[in-house]
Design a protein around this ligand. Structure first.
Ligand code: 8Y7
Length: 264
């Protein structure tokens, strides 16, 4: 599946806050729906490196009216990217179908809230907090450490009463990881299949692509598509992207190759 990114944070790095205006945001959603998006991800808290936290009230004001507007106009599934239980409750009440938490339900009451809401949730790995996470991130073995973190969060979810079939997992590219650590995680992505849950991956336009190809954010489409192919080939189920139409082609092509039955 392709998850299309709709940013409503004024300082979000890639779309530069262009979609804070709701008419523009809805036009963007309409385009993504035309392009075949499977789920729209809406976030009101910037998690780019160095970003400062936003209040729950601000996050609700940014996100909820948009969830309502999309829900009333389009049939598309909606994911809300948040770590805050208050935003989670408001989002689901407004019609969100899924939650995406870059903190993997580590905030107070987040586990209990999601257990009660009963919606699917993506558990993402992040080392540290956005404000300082790119300052010298350290791992013993990045893939094993991220896997171990996700095993522990899956376990915490099960203890809290969140059904296993509601969970997705995500290694969290760019969240407290050096370039070498990000590339290692992508090379070893197939190891995340061992968790037995759908794997979601977000690499679209991220700095790991800029670093390898020496390109600014607006030129990272081709690298993003290469990363999407590598992720899909290794079993990722959901790819979170800015460029829906292009990524849909990548997905359909990868699926055609995967579907070849060598016994025929
Ligand atoms: C990811 C994400 C971001 C990601 C998941 C960006 C909210 C930075 N990245 N959520 N969010 N996975 N699950 O560049 O990789 O889009 S924000």
């Amino acid at each position: 599946m392709v998850m299309g990114i709709l940013n409503v944070t004024p300082d979000s790095f890639s779309d530069g806050g262009r979609f804070t205006d709701s008419a523009l945001a809805l036009a963007h959603v309409e385009q993504m729906v035309r392009d075949g998006v499977d789920i729209i991800d809406i976030g009101g808290e910037s998690t780019r490196p160095g970003a400062v936290p936003v209040s729950e009230t601000d996050e609700i004001e940014r996100v909820i009216p948009l969830v309502e507007a999309i829900r009333s106009r389009f049939d598309v599934p909606i994911s809300v990217d948040t770590s805050k239980p208050g935003v989670m409750r408001a989002a689901v009440a407004a019609g969100a179908d899924m939650l995406n938490d870059v903190r993997a339900l580590r905030d107070a009451d987040a586990l209990e809230t999601v257990a009660e809401l009963g919606v699917p949730v993506c558990l993402m790995h992040m080392q540290g907090e956005p404000r300082g996470m790119q300052q010298n991130p350290q791992y013993d073995d990045v893939t094993e450490d991220v896997l171990q973190f996700l095993r522990e969060r899956i376990n915490a979810c099960q203890i809290a009463g969140i059904a296993r079939d509601k969970l997705l997992v995500d290694p969290g590219f760019g969240f407290g990881k050096s370039l070498a650590q990000n590339l290692t995680l992508l090379k070893e992505l197939d190891r995340f299949k061992s968790l037995g849950l759908p794997v979601l991956v977000g690499i679209s336009r991220k700095s790991m692509i800029g670093a390898v190809l020496d390109q600014p954010v607006e030129e990272r489409l081709f690298g993003s598509l290469a990363a999407a192919s590598l992720a899909l080939w290794q079993g990722a189920s959901v790819i979170r992207v800015h460029d829906v139409a292009a990524t849909k082609d990548v997905l359909r092509f990868c699926q055609a190759v995967k579907a070849v039955d060598l016994n025929d």
